[in-house]
Design a protein around this ligand. Structure first.
Ligand code: AP5
Length: 219
């Protein structure tokens, strides 16, 4: 299956993607995670991406599309993938359509996660991420940890993302409304969008997502 997950910053895309990709045995491809991995490895791409990410802006299309394309073409993505954070504007969606057509592949569904803005702000304020490669995500108040600052899965150090400051989150939300939301209409025209309310317990939302995917698969 090939799935696009779209939603505002902090909607829970990464949280849901981890469960869904695992249960469908497909690759979870997050452009944000790919950029963060480049930043921690101090690559040229990482240096470029960091300046845009820290300001809450999108990284330029040219480098983002090339990076996403390269990842989707890896052998482990042959059986399918769940894209988290890509495409993020109409130009990226058009480039993705071109890639699908060239590779004779089809996109099965676009899941649009809906969360009110005040909830998004609370989620981002409490988000803590593990520094280890698995980058497990926690929430400081919704999901109290056994040990402060320590990943409950692998024992790694937890940190707060540089782009999770209140000012940058406001900018990211503005960018989401102006540049990313239009892709929902773009995909509605293709009849691919399923909207999911992403408020409530993580596991209940996962159940809704899996039910929606089953309906799409049965079509
Ligand atoms: P990216 O990393 O993609 O960030 P984002 O889209 O802003 O999304 P987030 O990672 O902030 O949130 P999420 O929806 O994954 O939520 P999470 O599951 O962590 O992108 C970062 C930057 O990279 C961009 O700003 C841009 O600069 C650049 N970039 C990336 N892709 C790009 C592209 N295609 N083009 C150009 N630039 C690009 O959950 C959030 C918190 O809530 C966590 O603490 C979690 O534990 C908690 N939580 C989750 N679900 C629930 C729930 N149901 N109830 C309570 N808490 C919950």
């Amino acid at each position: 299956m090939r799935i696009v997950l779209v939603g505002p910053p902090g909607a829970g895309k990464g949280t849901q993607a981890a469960f869904v990709a695992k249960s469908l045995s497909i690759q979870h491809i997050s452009t944000g995670d790919l950029f963060r991995s480049n930043i921690s490895q101090r690559t040229e791409l990482g240096k470029l991406a960091k300046s845009y990410m820290d300001a809450g802006n999108l990284v330029p299309n040219e480098v983002t599309i090339a990076m996403a394309k390269e990842r989707m073409e890896q052998p482990d993505a042959e059986n399918g993938f769940l894209l988290d954070g890509f495409p993020r504007n109409v130009s990226q969606a058009e480039a993705f359509d071109e890639l699908l057509e060239n590779e004779s592949m089809q996109l099965d569904v676009v899941l649009a996660l809906e969360v009110p803005e005040d909830e998004v702000v609370k989620r981002i304020a409490g988000r803590r991420v593990c520094r280890n490669e698995s980058a497990h995500v926690f929430h400081a108040t919704y999901e109290p940890l056994a040990q402060d600052g320590v990943c409950g899965v692998c024992g790694g150090e937890l940190y707060q993302r540089d782009d999770d400051s209140e000012e940058t989150v406001r900018k990211r939300l503005e960018v989401y409304h102006t540049q990313t939301e239009p892709i929902i209409d773009y995909y509605k025209v293709q009849g691919l969008v399923v909207t999911i309310s992403a408020v409530g317990k993580v596991e209940d939302i996962t159940t809704c997502v899996m039910e929606a995917l089953k309906c799409e698969d049965d079509k």
